[in-house]
Unconditional design. Structure first.
Length: 419
């Protein structure tokens, strides 16, 4: 099998699958332990050093869980560390970022109408921003603000809003929100890797050596864990945002992202309060609904159309010129605009479609040449498009798309090198 486009698409699918699985494991364990920690009860018969206990039932069995603020008198031989869920989620997410946004930078990452960047420059900004974000956040936490958690949270929110706006000034809307999610997830995983786990190892080492652990390590880890707790839901939203143009392809997408972070706070505050038995703050649901209504309104405000206008101004690359000049392109131009243009147009006319799905335009020869690989995969080798074949694309038309794409690939230098 030598079709690189199909292999690459399956690679992206496999990495995305892994990313979702590891994210479920990380988020699930995180939410479980937050709820467990907040729901612990003190009892008269707790062992020495035990802070609280919880009885739970699951899968036909009963679980008796006790928490020690430092550690029990005797360290157990077997100790389970919850860390790989976080690491695997970040690593798989980084791999997905490379496969989709770096390898497909011309289509998904760079918007020349915003910043005329070379591919290497876009990738450098992408990678560098994630590292710089962690360094700035870590410095803030280690400053005097670490003693003022509320002020620190507000400043963290401001930092995230600035990054949301900054990303939209450089990248496509889709890439901007995805990178904001990666920026936030990098902070969360770095908290685990650089702060929470090392501090826990120090405590364990002190106990094993017979020394009294310094309580500051637990306090520092608790602060970072709290931040992770409130950032989780917005990260999930940003992970999913690339499937919804009303989220990423609007003029105020950065402001939508900011409101999502506030929704993460209101939702988590409700559940944290409920699990801690400190009240039932139902007002948070009203605030959450109002924030969501504001998001819906912002998504329909006057739009810049994001990368839609860019497709009319950006010149074709050398590779795209090859697709446009390949044998069979004229036949494809008789197929694609007619079968797909009702949705993938600058002014879609299919009922319920207000904006071209995923900002992919298929009206002009330049549009079709730019989306060659997507057309080949979605409407050639698979029948994913048009959805439910609502425009009745014929099998011979799909074969024509395949022939055109393969003819073009034969003229690409890197394809010839594979033969």
């Amino acid at each position: 099998m030598h079709d690189l486009a199909i292999m690459w698409d399956w690679l992206a699918f496999g990495v995305r699958w892994l990313h979702v699985i590891t994210a479920i494991a990380w988020i699930g364990s995180s939410f479980y332990f937050i709820a467990l920690d907040l729901g612990l009860r003190k009892g008269p018969h707790l062992p020495a050093g035990a802070h609280g206990e919880e009885w739970q039932v699951h899968g036909g069995g009963f679980y008796h869980i006790q928490k020690y603020l430092v550690a029990p008198e005797n360290m157990p031989e077997h100790l389970t560390w919850f860390k790989w869920e976080s690491y695997a989620t970040w690593l798989s997410g980084a791999a997905l970022l490379m496969v989709v946004y770096w390898a497909g930078a011309q289509l998904y990452l760079i918007d020349t109408a915003k910043a005329d960047l070379a591919i290497w420059q876009g990738i450098l900004i992408s990678a560098g921003s994630l590292s710089i974000g962690w360094l700035v956040y870590d410095a803030l936490c280690k400053s005097r603000l670490g003693e003022r958690p509320t002020a620190l949270m507000v400043l963290l929110f401001v930092l995230l809003v600035i990054m949301a706006w900054g990303y939209t000034q450089v990248f496509t809307g889709r890439a901007a929100l995805l990178h904001l999610g990666a920026f936030t997830a990098t902070i969360m995983t770095a908290n685990v890797f650089f702060i929470i786990m090392p501090n826990q190892r120090i405590v364990v080492s002190d106990l094993q050596a017979g020394r009294a652990p310094d309580p500051k390590y637990g306090k520092i880890a608790k602060l970072r864990s709290t931040h992770n707790n409130y950032l989780t839901l917005p990260v999930v939203f940003l992970m999913l945002s690339n499937h919804y143009p009303l989220a990423f392809a609007t003029e105020y997408n950065w402001l939508i992202a900011a409101l999502v972070f506030l929704m993460g706070v209101t939702i988590r505050h409700y559940f944290n309060s409920l699990h801690a038995r400190t009240g039932n703050p139902t007002w948070t649901w009203a605030v959450t609904v109002l924030l969501f209504i504001a998001i819906m309104w912002l998504s329909t405000a006057p739009l810049r159309q994001d990368s839609l206008d860019e497709s009319e101004t950006r010149a074709l690359t050398a590779t795209e010129h090859i697709y446009a000049a390949a044998d069979g392109f004229d036949a494809v131009m008789q197929i694609v605009p007619g079968r797909c243009g009702m949705c993938h147009a600058r002014e879609p006319y299919f009922e319920g479609i207000h904006r071209a799905p995923k900002n992919i335009l298929l009206e002009t020869p330049a549009d079709v040449a730019r989306a060659a690989q997507l057309i080949y995969i979605q409407a050639g080798v698979s029948t994913a498009m048009p959805p439910a074949n609502v425009t009745f694309m014929e099998p011979q038309e799909r074969r024509a798309i395949i022939r055109w794409y393969k003819n073009a690939r034969k003229n690409l230098p890197f394809y010839v090198a594979q033969q």
